[in-house]
Design a protein around this ligand. Structure first.
Ligand SMILES: Nc1nc2c(ncn2[C@@H]2O[C@H](COP(=O)(O)OP(=O)(O)OP(=O)(O)O)[C@@H](O)[C@H]2O)c(=O)[nH]1
Ligand SMILES: [Mg+2]
Length: 176
């Protein structure tokens, strides 16, 4: 059996924990804590170390998903979590342009850890004010060859299709 490690990263509140919870077939191992910092209080809890989930694609292939914390003060975990990854997803909250710059910064940091395939997932496409993938590509300066996919992290099928696209990219590079 082959296992593939994927990292799910992105800015604070992008939906990383939700994304992994939607598809994982095991109870996600989460490290969420109550947010103490009032400036960051847009929700109750934030990831402080990692999320871990698993999804079986078929008898021979299992994906291990590692979600990162989004807040900068926990970014010491990023490099540790990237160890041995075969690909990564950068999740972006499509309705919060003020986070796009941080998303781009995170993308570059993860590219510097390893030259693996990656995809950008334009999350929260269910929101009225979500930017389109075309506009996001321009805002984030994502090159034409890189997959930028619409996503709703609450929807299992949507998450699966993002993971499959990343998987195809990984399989493309390993079969060369
Ligand atoms: N409308 C909508 N809300 C979403 C979606 N995905 C996540 N959310 C919400 O966005 C908020 C943040 O989701 P989390 O999964 O906690 O985000 P995170 O990226 O893990 O956040 P940190 O760990 O704090 O960096 C939660 O209230 C989610 O319910 C989506 O596709 N659509
Ligand atoms: Mg989280």
């Amino acid at each position: 059996m082959q296992t593939v490690k994927m990292v799910i990263t992105g800015p604070f509140n992008a939906g990383k924990t939700e994304f992994i919870r939607s598809v994982s077939e095991i109870d996600v191992v989460s490290t969420e804590r109550k947010i103490s910092d009032s400036s960051a209080r847009t929700k109750e809890e934030t990831t402080v170390a990692m999320d871990f989930g698993r999804i079986t694609v078929d008898r021979d292939l299992v994906l291990y998903l590692f979600g990162t914390p989004g807040q900068k003060r926990f970014d010491f975990m990023w490099e540790i979590l990237s160890e041995g990854m075969l690909g990564f997803v950068v999740l972006v909250d499509s309705a919060r342009p003020e986070t796009f710059r941080e998303a781009r910064r995170i993308l570059d940091i993860f590219r510097s850890y390893a030259s693996t395939p990656y995809v950008v997932a334009a999350n929260k496409q269910d929101l009225d004010d979500a930017w389109s993938t075309d506009d996001l590509r321009i805002a984030l300066k994502v090159q034409p060859g890189v997959k930028l996919l619409p996503c709703v992290a609450r929807d299992k099928e949507s998450v699966k299709s993002v993971l499959l696209e990343l998987l195809y990219s990984i399989l493309d590079t390993t079969s060369e």
